[in-house]
Design a protein around this ligand. Structure first.
Ligand code: AKG
Ligand code: FE2
Length: 403
C-alpha cells in the first residue's frame, strides 16, 4: 500500500495549519491584525474569583452567584481532584502532541466529525489561522484510538503515552501486548489516565451544576429534580451528562503580539472545566460598563494557580438560568518561551434532553427568554451562526407571552 505523504494528508484534511516547530516568523496566514480589540487589564487589576469548594468553606453559594453573574468564570480549589492526576493528564496530553505530524494526521478530525486531531473547530469563522492544534475526544479514549488508528493495535498506541514513557520514540522499544484485549504491562496508560480524568471531571461537573443551580435560588430538592428531568437524566438510566474532552496545544511563538492561540468565543456547553497547567494564556472578557451603547470591556488574564481548575459558564447554562448567568467570552494568547497545553472538559446534557429556562426562574414579569433546545440542535446553530447563536434561540416577545 502506498502511504500518503504528510503534505498530501495536510491538503486533504486541512487539519494541520503549520509546522510550528520549524517556523522562525509568524506567516501572514497566522498574523492577526486585531489582537488588541480591547485593552488587557494589568496584573494588579480585577481578578477572576477563586472559590474554595472544600467542606469548611463558607458562603460558597453566594460566591458562586457573584462570580457567575459578574464574570461567567471562576477558579475552583478544594475540588478534590488529586494533583497527581492533573500532572498525569498533562503528561498524557503533551505525549499526544509530541507525536510525529504524520501520526497525528492519521487521526485528523473528519469535516463532519467531532473527534480527532486538527485546528480549533471555530477556525472557520476567522480569516486568520490560530497558533494551536487540538485533539478532541468524545466517548471512550480506547474506542477513540481504535477508530482513529484502525490498522494499529490501539492499546500499543495509548500505552506508550504512559506518564513514565512520554516520548513517541518509545513506541518501538516497548513490549507490545500479545493480545489486543489484554491490559498492557505498564500500570498506567494514556487511555487509563484520560478515563480516570473524565470520571473525576464528571463528578465535579455534577457537583458544580447542583451548586450553581442552588446559587440561583433553587432548593437542594429542586436542583436534584432539575438534574433528573433535564441535564443528567434519570438516575437509573445509562448515559447521563455527555462530555467531550478537548486537549489544546499552543507551541512557543516567535511573535506572540501578532498570533492568536484561540480566538474569542463562548463555549457551547452547560459548563466547561479547564485545566491550564502552569502556563498563563487564558483571558476572559470582563464587561466593565454596560449602560446602553456605552459598553466597554477588557481582557483579564486568568493566572495559573497550582492545582486549581477554571470553570466557564457555557451558553446552555445561560439558557437554563434564563439569562441570569452569562456565558463567558474567552480566548487564549501565546508566548515566546513555553509550550502551553490545556485540557477542557466540555460538559452538556444527554443528546435527547431539551435545555430550557428553569421554571422557577420564569415568572410573571420575566418570561422565558430562550426556547428549548437540545445540545446537538444548539451545536448545529452555533456551527452556522457562531457568536449570534444564543440570540437566535431567543424567543420573540409574542411567543414568550403565550407560554
Ligand atoms: O486553552 C485555553 O485556555 C482555552 C481553551 C478553550 O477555550 C477551549 O478549548 O474551548
Ligand atoms: Fe473555550
Amino acid at each position: 500500500m502506498i502511504m500518503p505523504t504528510a503534505s498530501e494528508l495536510i491538503s486533504h484534511h486541512h487539519a494541520h495549519p503549520l509546522d510550528f516547530e520549524s517556523v522562525r516568523e509568524v506567516p501572514d496566514s497566522h498574523a492577526w491584525p486585531d489582537l488588541h480589540d480591547h485593552p488587557t487589564a494589568s496584573a494588579q487589576g480585577a481578578v477572576v474569583p477563586v472559590i474554595d469548594l472544600s467542606a469548611t468553606a463558607t458562603n460558597v453559594l453566594e460566591q458562586l452567584a457573584r462570580a457567575c453573574e459578574s464574570w461567567g468564570a471562576f477558579q475552583v480549589t478544594g475540588h478534590g481532584v488529586p494533583p497527581g492526576l492533573l500532572r498525569r493528564v498533562e503528561v498524557a496530553a503533551r505525549g499526544l502532541f509530541a507525536l510525529p505530524t504524520n501520526r497525528k494526521l492519521e487521526a485528523a478530525r473528519p469535516a463532519d466529525g467531532v473527534s480527532g486531531y486538527g485546528r480549533a473547530r471555530i477556525s472557520c469563522f476567522f480569516p486568520k489561522l490560530m497558533w494551536s492544534e487540538g485533539f478532541t475526544i468524545a466517548g471512550s479514549p480506547l474506542d477513540h484510538a481504535r477508530t482513529l488508528w484502525p490498522d494499529d493495535d490501539p492499546l500499543a498506541f495509548w500505552y506508550v503515552y504512559d506518564a513514565r514513557v512520554p516520548t513517541p520514540h518509545a513506541l518501538h522499544h516497548l513490549p507490545r501486548p500479545s493480545n489486543a484485549a489484554e491490559k498492557p504491562c505498564c500500570d498506567t496508560t494514556c487511555s487509563d489516565v484520560i478515563e480516570e480524568y473524565k470520571e473525576e471531571m464528571k463528578q465535579l461537573a455534577r457537583k458544580l451544576m447542583r451548586m450553581m443551580l442552588m446559587s440561583l435560588g433553587l432548593t437542594e430538592v429542586e436542583a436534584e429534580a432539575e438534574a433528573e428531568t433535564g441535564w443528567i437524566g434519570p438516575r437509573d438510566e445509562a448515559g447521563g451528562m455527555s462530555a467531550v474532552l478537548q486537549m489544546n496545544s499552543y507551541p512557543v511563538c516567535p511573535d506572540p503580539d501578532r498570533a492568536m492561540g484561540m480566538a474569542a468565543h463562548t463555549d457551547s456547553t452547560l459548563l466547561t472545566l479547564l485545566f491550564q497547567s502552569n502556563t498563563s494564556g487564558l483571558q476572559v472578557l470582563q464587561v466593565v460598563g454596560d449602560n446602553g451603547r456605552d459598553r466597554t470591556a477588557r481582557w483579564v488574564t486568568v493566572p495559573p494557580m497550582p492545582g486549581a481548575l477554571i470553570v466557564n459558564v457555557g451558553d446552555l447554562f445561560q439558557i437554563l438560568s434564563n439569562g441570569r448567568y452569562r456565558s463567558v467570552v474567552h480566548r487564549a494568547v501565546v508566548n515566546r518561551s513555553s509550550h502551553r497545553v490545556s485540557v477542557a472538559y466540555m460538559c452538556g446534557p444527554p443528546a435527547a434532553s431539551k435545555v430550557e429556562p428553569i421554571g422557577k426562574l420564569v415568572g410573571p414579569g420575566c418570561g422565558p427568554v430562550y426556547r428549548p433546545v437540545t445540545w446537538p440542535e444548539y451545536l448545529s446553530v452555533k456551527g452556522k451562526l457562531f457568536d449570534k447563536a444564543l440570540a437566535s434561540v431567543m424567543r420573540t416577545q409574542a411567543s414568550s407571552e403565550h407560554t
